[in-house]
Design a protein around this ligand. Structure first.
Ligand SMILES: [Zn+2]
Length: 329
């Protein structure tokens, strides 16, 4: 969607069923009018950067893919919550381009200042748009463990950002200024956000955000929908976190990747099934005496089922899960 903001419209005239002679215009004028028509069609088809999901709550849905110039690192979901005093942004996208697009969209919604940028965890597709908000001087808020995890991966992340060329070079990490150890509350003016950290699950620095006014829960990458889950923390811990989430409720649930969900169960059940199967399959392989290489080769051949980007992330999940479970099973 950021892509569509930046890329010239590539529509095909014949696809619209339009021919110059229909307009009864001279050959000189017809192309000009067609360009205007195409621009109007393009504008109508444009998906807004921020979609309203509840009163004063907005979501940007990132694309399904891996870092590439065509997607500008627009790979993760972003939330925006507008209070009476100020605005909170939850995750910032994977590049300065995404961050600026979201900031511009906020400016079109409200003149209120951005007072908080909240990171759900340290992964690059969630943090590299943060620089777009530095001029607003918000608090940058994250799990206490997030800065260390981010700095440990900074060099690797910069290599990935290089894939985006100049916009990658203009993107940068922003070190959080306010850290959450367990829970915290953020008052946006008549609107309280509850911030909550989790034992190691998707990563060791997961943080979720709950907007009490609308009942919207931002789960970050504790919830993947359509996008294959990515394990960079602890498989057992992630499944435990999902068990806890099953006991709670929310009216809207924003996952870290994939579409909005109308309940916690619909947001996490498919992912939970994937993680349970991963755990079962790896445990069986370990009990059968299979080594890591053979296990990865065997389980990588499994069908993707409903999951996108399966070939990219499933083998990595098997590797991470095996490393965790071989000492416990
Ligand atoms: Zn992540």
């Amino acid at each position: 969607m950021v892509k569509s903001l930046l890329r010239p419209f590539r529509g095909c005239i014949s696809a619209l069923g339009v021919r110059p002679q229909i307009w009864g215009l001279t050959p000189m004028l017809a192309p000009v009018l067609l360009i205007l028509l195409l621009s109007a069609v393009s504008a109508q088809a444009e998906t807004p950067v921020l979609q309203p999901i509840a009163a004063g709550v907005y979501m940007h849905q990132g694309q399904l893919g891996d870092y590439a110039p065509e997607n500008h690192g627009d790979l993760s979901n972003i939330g925006v919550v507008v209070g009476q005093r100020c605005v909170a942004v939850i995750d910032t996208g994977g590049s300065i381009t995404v961050g600026l697009a979201v900031r511009n969209a906020i400016r079109a919604i409200t003149p209120l200042p951005v007072c908080a940028v909240i990171f759900t965890h340290m992964h690059l597709d969630h943090v590299f748009g943060a620089r777009a908000f530095v001029g607003d001087a918000p608090e940058f808020i994250a799990n206490t463990k997030m800065p260390r995890a981010l700095l440990m991966r900074a060099a690797k992340y910069r290599t990935t950002l290089d894939l985006l060329g100049d916009e990658g070079a203009r993107s940068d990490i922003v070190i959080p200024t306010r850290l959450v150890e367990k829970t915290d509350r953020l008052d946006l003016g008549g609107r309280i956000l509850t911030l909550r950290t989790w034992p190691t699950a998707h990563t060791d620095n997961d943080l979720t955000v709950y907007d009490e006014v609308s009942g919207t829960l931002f789960l970050g990458d504790l919830a993947f929908r359509e996008h294959t889950p990515v394990l960079d923390g602890n498989l057992k811990g992630w499944l435990s976190a999902l068990t806890v989430l099953h006991t709670e409720s929310a009216r809207e649930v924003v996952p870290g990747h994939g579409p909005l969900a109308s309940s916690i169960a619909s947001a996490i059940v498919p992912e939970e099934r994937y993680l349970q199967n991963l755990r079962t399959d790896i445990t069986s392989a370990i009990h059968a005496g299979k080594n890591l290489t053979d296990t990865v080769a065997e389980l990588s051949a499994q069908p993707a089922g409903e999951w996108k980007l399966f070939d990219l992330f499933h083998p990595r999940n098997v590797t991470a899960g095996y490393a965790e479970l071989e000492w416990n099973e």
